[in-house]
Ligand binder design. Structure first.
Ligand code: SF4
Length: 325
């Protein structure tokens, strides 16, 4: 029986700004991920996706809320207590070049986690063990071992992302948070890297949180999707259900904006109007009401709870577009 790998409850992240203002980057986020799942996190730029990814791995401190990983409450562990868990939870970033020290050889960069963290018996790894692991990792990500003696600038963006993935895999993690890992790549290279993520998931039994603003990318890899708007999840459920019959007007508008006809064949022609409001002073009631084509008077007053629909998804809307019980 599957047990939850990661469970997050009531996550909030606030930043205090000068002049006493508060920026609420995450507002009451709850989600869970089962082993082997791929959860796509989607939303416009600035909606809190990356902050959520970093908070889930405790790379950014939470303001409040709890995170349980593999049965352990990690929400308030100090860095020393987190260290053994770090090997289980890794991140792949969008900017493949910035993630790699340009002055170090690829072999050193991929081997770094193997040198920093002891093995499962608490012992330092030998040079031969590290070399053997480097050979495995390069094979896994589709690179030649000759890459290990070269420098980051000698590789294309797609190859550098393979190097970052190899580095993330070095300690055999259970969970990888991939933060827009293909958005800086050409479309043909994007497909290769997504295929690599899919292949690695099958071979290694990995679990992913896959952050993207591009629904076409999320459709290819995610089993479930969480749609974020202004720091909150507004809809969450199975990928096919959400992309083919969105229940939240914001999800519908995101889908309508996708150029790929496979995704938007059932979408309304609703397009998003206006800019995302400031998270420093979000709109009252439903935070989407200033841009929502379906908004009614109550929407500006009453905050919609995330509530379940019969098909198992949850949606934060007083007037969902489908499956209203
Ligand atoms: Fe639109 Fe109202 Fe639903 Fe918010 S609660 S998404 S404003 S219909």
């Amino acid at each position: 029986m599957n047990t939850t790998l990661l469970h997050a409850e009531g996550l909030r992240k606030e930043y205090k700004l000068p002049r006493g203002q508060t920026l609420r980057a995450l507002d009451n986020i709850s989600l869970e991920i089962m082993p082997g799942e791929v959860l796509g996190l989607v939303g416009e730029s600035g909606c809190g996706k990356s902050t959520l990814g970093r908070c889930l791995l405790r790379l950014t401190e939470l303001s409040s809320g709890t995170i349980t990983f593999d049965g352990c409450d990690i929400s308030s562990l100090n860095e020393r207590a987190m260290r053994p868990l770090r090997r289980q939870m890794q991140m792949v970033f969008q900017d493949s070049y910035a993630s790699l020290n340009p002055r170090r050889r690829i072999g050193d960069l991929i081997a770094e986690p193997l040198r920093v963290h002891p093995d499962n018996n608490g012992k330092k790894r030998s040079s031969s063990t590290i070399e053997a692991r480097l050979a495995e990792l390069t094979e896994l990500v589709g690179l030649s071992t000759s890459a290990l003696s070269r420098y980051p600038h000698e590789f294309s963006g797609g190859q550098r992302q393979r190097i970052n993935i190899a580095r993330a895999l070095a300690l055999s993690p259970q969970l990888i948070v991939a933060d827009e890992p293909v958005s800086a790549l050409d479309v043909s290279i994007q497909a290769q890297i997504i295929n690599l993520f899919t292949d690695l998931k099958e071979r290694l039994g990995l679990t992913y949180i896959f952050i993207a603003h591009d629904l076409a990318v999320v459709r290819q890899i995610s089993t479930r999707v969480a749609v974020m708007y202004l720091g909150a999840i507004v809809e969450q459920g199975e990928t096919d259900a959400i992309l083919h019959t969105p229940a939240h007007p914001y999800t519908a508008a995101l889908i309508a904006a996708v150029p790929e006809p496979v995704i938007r064949k059932n979408a309304s022609r609703t397009l998003l109007r206006g800019d995302v409001p400031s998270p420093v002073s979000p709109p009252s009631g439903c935070r989407f009401h200033t841009r929502c084509p379906k908004a009614q008077a109550d929407c500006a007053i009453v905050v919609p709870d995330l509530r379940p629909l019969p098909d198992g998804r949850v949606v934060a809307c007083h007037f969902p577009l489908v499956n209203d019980p």
